[in-house]
Design a binder for this molecule. Structure first.
Ligand SMILES: Nc1ncnc2c1ncn2[C@@H]1O[C@H](COP(=O)(O)OP(=O)(O)OP(=O)(O)O)[C@@H](O)[C@H]1O
Ligand SMILES: [Mg+2]
Length: 322
């Protein structure tokens, strides 16, 4: 069966102007630089990587908030760059978003009922007020809040409650895919598991696919089926979540995992903690982008860019040393 979503060699290069008022010169900031990924229907695909690796840029492209510089984003076999107006409207019902900071993504002047039901307005068949109330009541309970919440404004809700409202809004149109950019990072640790459990429940019940972005690898371990680890605009390791977590091959993945506190110490090969900072996407290192920080880098690592290679079925990594 064709995948739900495919990214093929996707690049997003931002021109950064300098040269004063005339904006005569520009350099390219390569936020994404050739990303491939394939998301099966019903899958929960995680994206990990340090700040600046391009995760949000990827989410924004998939959400049609931004256009790729090159490459293809294909949903249900349709190329996102070549949609008619009608297909764009269809795409926007099929793919929904949940952002990190519900406080700023929810309109403070709208009541919860209107926030949740707003996406219904882009549908052709308009529902009357009564139908909207029934539907939003169902949804608000689905995300674990009481019907009374519908009359409230966002500022009356806690962070976790706001994120529940954002989730209700994201699923009201029965999307095929929800893109979640750091959905729990702004929440207290004690609330995170609740929200992740809710997301897992909804996914199991509704068959929605998720593309979920998180700094914190622990967040991805329990909810995702596949993950991709990004570094400076590229995927450096990808595969089944279990395989990547239990047998990480890229030194960057190993270092990220070493930083995760785990209940079973020693289960994963120890790796040195990451030193230095993620490089500059305007001035990328030659060869392997990770080589300036890699404790095992060799001469070829600074000369030749490694491509993803398959090391096991469903597990690939881009490292010369593997
Ligand atoms: N609109 C923009 N114009 C110029 N540069 C941008 C723009 N958006 C993002 N960038 C740059 O692209 C790179 C990737 O940014 P992005 O926000 O995608 O990273 P991220 O992985 O989401 O990081 P974080 O974990 O901090 O959210 C960064 O160098 C960022 O400064
Ligand atoms: Mg981001």
């Amino acid at each position: 069966m064709e995948p739900l979503l495919e990214l093929r060699q996707v690049k997003k290069h931002f021109p950064i102007y300098s040269g004063g008022l005339l904006r005569t010169q520009h350099r390219l900031l390569k936020a994404l630089d050739g990303v491939n990924l394939s998301l099966e229907r019903g899958a929960c695909f995680g994206i990990a990587g340090e700040s600046g690796s391009g995760k949000t840029t990827l989410a924004r492209l998939v959400l049609l908030l931004e256009r790729a510089t090159s490459g293809e984003i294909v949903l249900d076999g349709k190329n996102a760059a070549r949609l008619t107006n009608k297909e764009t409207a269809w795409y926007r019902t099929r793919v929904q978003a949940v952002f990190q900071d519900a406080a700023s993504s929810l309109n403070p002047r709208m009541r919860v009922i209107d926030i949740i039901s707003e996406p219904l307005e882009i549908q052709r068949e308009k529902l009357d007020r009564h139908q909207i109330e029934l539907r939003t009541e169902q949804l608000i309970r689905r995300v674990g809040l009481s019907a009374a919440t519908l009359r409230m404004y966002p500022h009356e809700l806690s962070g976790g409650q706001k994120q529940r409202v954002a989730i209700a809004r994201a699923i009201i149109l029965h999307p095929a895919l929800v893109v979640l950019d750091e959905p729990v990072s702004a929440l207290d640790v004690s609330i995170r598991a609740q929200i992740l459990n809710l997301l897992a429940d909804i996914q199991a019940a509704e068959g929605i696919s998720y593309l979920i972005i998180a700094h914190d690898l622990a967040v991805l371990q329990n909810v995702t089926t596949q993950i991709a680890v990004m570094y400076l605009g590229r995927v450096v390791e990808t595969g089944n979540t279990d395989s990547v977590f239990n047998d990480p091959r890229h030194l960057y993945t190993q270092a990220l995992l070493a930083a995760v506190p785990r209940p079973e110490p020693g289960r994963v090969k120890r790796a040195p903690a990451l030193s230095g900072e993620i490089g500059n996407a305007m001035d990328l290192p030659t060869g392997c982008r990770f080589h300036p920080r890699c404790p095992q880098a060799q001469a070829m690592c600074s000369q030749i860019e490694p491509l993803l290679k398959t090391i096991k079925p469903e597990h690939q990594t881009a490292c010369h040393l593997v």
